[in-house]
Design a protein around this ligand. Sequence first.
Ligand code: C5P
Length: 227
Amino acid sequence: MQRKPIIAIDGPSGAGKSTLSKLTAQRLGFVNIDTGAMYRCVALAAARSGIEPEASGALQNLCRQLDIRFVPAAEGERVLLNGEDVSVAIRTPANSLLTSRVAAVPEVREALVALQRRMGESGGVVLEGRDIGSVVFPQAEVKIFLSASATERGRRRYDELRAKGEAVSLAQTIAEVEQRDRNDCMRAHSPLVKPVDAIEIDTSGLTIEQVLEQILAAVSLVRGDNA
Ligand code: C5P
């Protein structure tokens, strides 16, 4: 039997990766791997242990001790860090900013990329992140790059945080999205880039369903459905 494909979904924060990766995985019966949540777990564990983002050796050791799992639940997928449900704790604005600093550390990236390859190598997976199509699985059968303007992405993040009851301002949220873009695009190790062979979808002004249909059409093409 032919191996099921690897689907890489990359793009900046707020472009719609999480929602679309989960839906794509659901529709295809694939496993969804949220690599951003993995970097977020490292940042949370570092903050709790008082490890600074500059302490690369301590971060490398920390990565070896982390057990990160994704567990399906009625209210959506939960992220477990050494058995503790950290789904909410990893998504605070402070941890988001810390994550993009920790994710710039080569030792952290090497540890997590190795883990992501083990999790995805047998196929039938959707991986969402920043470097999936460029570094983790350059051989992925389907590569999608989602984009949207920083203002549009900041507005989406703002709506999400407000819905969770966080007291944030729109201007501040857009500024944080721009700051994370700078951190993610300018780091020396695996910066956010659009792979040349990725299909770029600008999600501004499109509904989730419209983007999902474009992704599923790309997958069908690769799998030779209806051929
Ligand atoms: O996707 P999400 O916004 O949850 O990712 C949080 C942060 O993790 C990003 O801002 C980025 O710094 C980092 N990240 C990364 N490489 C990935 C996924 C996320 O550097 N593959």
